[in-house]
Design a binder for this molecule. Sequence first.
Ligand SMILES: Cc1ncc(COP(=O)(O)O)c(C=O)c1O
Length: 466
Amino acid sequence: MEQLDQQQLTVTKDWWKESAADVPRLITETPGPRSKEMHTRAARYMKGLSSQVKLFPVCFEEGYGVTLTDVDGNRYLDFSSGIYVTSLGHCHPKISEAIAYWAKKLMNAHDFTTPVKEKLLEKMADVLPGNLNAIQLYSDGASAVEAAIRAARAITGKHEFISGYRDFHGKSMAAVSCAQMIRGDVFSYGPTRAPGFYMVPRPDPYRPLWTKADGTIDTDKYIAFYDQFITESTVGNVAAFVLEPAQGWAGSIFPPDDFFPKLKAFCEKKKILLFDDEVLAGMGRTGEYLCMNHWDVQPDIVTLGKSFGNGFPVTAMVLKEEYGEALESISASSSYGGNPMACAAALASIEVIEEEGLLENVRTVGAAIMKRLERMKEAHPIIGDVKGKGFLLGIELVKDKTTKEPFAEAGTLVYQKAFQRGLAWIPAGHILRMSPPLIMDEAYAMKGIDMIEDAITDVEKQFGYL
Ligand SMILES: Cc1ncc(COP(=O)(O)O)c(C=O)c1O
């Protein structure tokens, strides 16, 4: 134990600032010549690349704090945290140190207890709300989701699942069956989803399906529809609603504040579990450990990933205490889940959130960004809506503010143009998605927004709006 404590490095809150002083630093055109050459060589073998890479084939060599540096020496401001992953900054010294310590001491001991696992489990039980403390660890989000589906079946003895339009939960069979992939290709080979998996509309305040007389979104009608849907379309054996608390891939879409409380009450009445997939939105991204905390709703099952290990592949499935026994029957463990390096990364990540006051940072800087986005919405003809909480943010581009017709071509161009200005971020359909590292302060956040606003202005000129 003494040795374990020695790796508990504490760093100052501003550990990343010096390295970011000159960002964006562009010394070649981007992507630069070395990036292009290396990417071309790698792409001969590496197939199935994401649109993120295809649209901007840069080759990164280094990441520190809020910046990424490419092989040509260009330095970018990070507005994506990898892909919602390196949320506490690239190579946070405390987290890198913790991983390195266990990389030299004990890399894998299957699901035996290790000192660092024991500490992590206690820490998780401490920061998660209510009695969410029956835990199993995995190494990717889809595996945690897959296990949670098995757990929900074991807990309820039921086998049907309902998820929301445009939700995303990963790419394994059960996870894909709960997801509406935006691209049609995953489903093109059929069968479209595993039997017993259904999707229903979920409330999007900018594009409501059902509204009240005053034009605002009517969440009661969504719940009433779910009731009818269960009667008409299922065999009445629904084990769980599987939902993202806020939709990440769909474009940082948050439901109205009354939606989850109403859904939870409905689930309790129907004896259906609420499975809250926090892989993307959890661990501080919205200013709370769980995004669901914003609505004071206690889910029955939670999955964590991405930011959970700040880049080290570690994920978790967490159940309410009373459901822990159910895991005995689903063969819950895995080869890599909960290895000491993974536990060290996750434990250090939670400690960093606490020590650096990052939930508070996300709330205050996130609110300042949102104010700026509201002003941009007024000023720009192609911004139809701005949305988000904390550091999970979106800008919805439309061809016309009245018809709200999505403007995907503009989204792609804005992505490329802001990247050329030195912003590493996530490609859009018609919704620009922003997920800066949680350590980012307001000055750097505004630098990033400046690059996005300049790119939007360019695109508006190109399409004749200005
Ligand atoms: C909400 C959500 N759940 C699950 C996953 C799957 O995680 P992974 O890519 O680690 O399998 C993702 C990935 O983007 C996600 O956004």
